[in-house]
Write a protein that binds this ligand. Structure first.
Ligand code: SAM
Length: 452
């Protein structure tokens, strides 16, 4: 440990991450692409955590707690590349993981991170001050007292700040916990860490076909293919717990935070992963489900899905007000995930019919249906992440000025709001305040690395 504080970590957990830095990554890959974790993309972060009103070109303090091999800190460092007033702090107790993360940031030609090799539980003693944003992904469920860990982070959060958190979800990991128990029995007298991994690989490689593990969700099956590091993290972890939705609410609120928004790694779901409407198709039963308090609806959705294996969400002390799609001073912007698909989307919007059925090149099996409105396509075509809605509507009105049924601000505003509601629910459209800096898409962010 580089600091003068007492260790304050679980030695076995630290030992694991010194031997198996997580997630496994080749820093050289950062020369080719920017990996953007779900929490960190500025489009969603600003919209959900700051009501679209945060200007990321102004002073901003971000902490990545338990940063591992650097997915989150690299994405933040890249997006804050041009902001000398941004202060980014990485904390992790694993020296090996921190070295990988440092290399990734250095490969991008960046040096805008303060690196701290310590336990996040020591943050109160480090005098780091308050942060506008704290990422803590895949960490708290590995602490002996996750409540204490979250409290430490909540205390380091500014009153109007937000956190991006991921903790394991219980139901989707049921087979994992059975297999962990099996391997604990098998490895009871096995002191050698590598031999424990070999035993696990043998079991998984010759798994009884009826084992529940085969029915696990994709992220878990992916982890099984992630070599020794993935196998260890999934099946041999010495400290690992998971949460149901009700337990998650208790966990978050126990630290004085509020759950702001659930995110999903599986883009087919958009923001519908925790919505009963995604699972219940019969109207009267769905209406009944919708009378439940929000958290019970989300708990119901989790049970009906049955395979959610990670809860990925934003939390805040004071949840912000969501931007109003009828506010004409807001700037609409395409989500990073569909940036570059404008022409394709406009093409579909121009086709005849009462509805527009959108698919995404990047998301197989996804079909998003929007009721067609008269000026949907020209409105969408003018969305460039820089024009306000007022400017967009003015352009649409100008090109339709000679028409008998020419649109006005109010009709266009209503058309936009209807389109926005659906597209935003898949994170395809966001809003930002007009006094905030534009958001760069992934290609533009990566192009800057090639230029360094
Ligand atoms: C599963 S990895 C997740 C890494 C990263 N957050 C991500 O999402 O890719 C867990 C990380 O938490 C770190 N960690 C666990 N307990 C910690 C503690 N008490 N203080 C600081 N880091 C800790 C580990 O060293 C490891 O790098």
């Amino acid at each position: 440990m580089s600091t003068n504080t007492a260790p304050n970590y679980l030695p076995e957990v630290r030992n694991q991450y010194e031997n198996f830095p997580y997630p496994p990554i080749n820093p050289e890959d950062d020369k080719k692409r920017l990996y953007m974790p779900v929490h960190e993309a500025f489009d969603a972060l600003n919209y959900y955590c700051f009501g679209g009103m945060r200007d990321f070109s102004k002073p901003f303090r971000a902490l990545v707690a338990g940063g591992g091999t650097g997915d989150a800190i690299t994405a933040l460092a890249e997006q804050f590349r041009d902001n000398p007033q941004a202060e980014l702090v990485y904390v992790d107790m694993s020296t090996a993981s921190m070295e990988v993360a440092k290399k990734r940031v250095a490969i991008r030609g960046l040096d805008n991170v303060r690196w701290i090799n310590d336990s996040l539980l020591n943050i109160p003693k480090l005098g780091l001050g308050k942060f506008d944003y704290i990422n803590c992904s895949g960490v708290l469920h590995h602490l002996s007292d996750p409540d204490a860990g979250l409290k430490v982070l909540a205390d380091a959060l500014a009153d109007d700040g937000a956190m991006g958190i991921m903790v394991y979800a219980q139901y989707g990991r049921l087979a994992v916990y059975q297999m962990q128990e099996a391997l604990r029995l098998l490895n009871r007298n096995e002191a050698d860490i590598q031999q424990r991994v070999e035993n696990a690989k043998t079991i998984v490689g010759t798994l009884y076909p009826g084992n529940w593990l085969y029915a696990s969700p994709q992220p878990i099956l992916g982890e099984l293919r992630n070599g020794d590091i993935g196998i260890y993290d999934l099946l041999l972890h010495s400290q690992d717990r998971a949460y149901t939705v009700p337990q998650l609410y208790d966990f978050v609120e126990g630290a004085g935070l509020k759950l702001v928004h659930f995110l999903s790694e599986d883009r087919r779901f958009g923001n519908h992963l925790y919505s009963p409407g995604y699972y219940i198709k019969e109207r009267t039963v769905l209406e009944k489900a919708r009378t439940l308090p929000l958290r019970d609806q989300q708990a119901l959705a989790e049970l009906l899905n049955s395979k959610i294996c990670r809860h990925i969400f934003y939390a805040a002390k004071t949840p912000p007000t969501r931007p109003d799609p009828m506010d004409m001073e807001m700037i609409p912007l395409l989500g990073l995930k569909v940036a570059g698909e404008t022409d394709a989307i406009c093409g579909v919007m121009r086709q005849a019919g009462d509805v527009v059925i959108l698919t995404s090149e990047m998301v197989a099996d996804l079909k998003v249906t929007l009721p067609k409105t008269p000026h949907m396509e020209p409105i969408f075509r003018h969305v460039d992440g820089k024009r306000t809605l007022r400017e967009i509507f003015r352009k649409v009105m100008d090109t339709n000025a000679a028409k008998k049924d020419k649109p006005n601000f109010q009709t266009l505003s209503m058309e936009f709001a209807a389109m926005f509601q659906i597209m935003n629910s898949y994170d395809w459209l966001f809003l930002r305040g007009k006094d905030t800096a534009p958001v760069l898409n992934l290609d533009a962010l990566q192009a800057r690395v090639k230029a360094t």
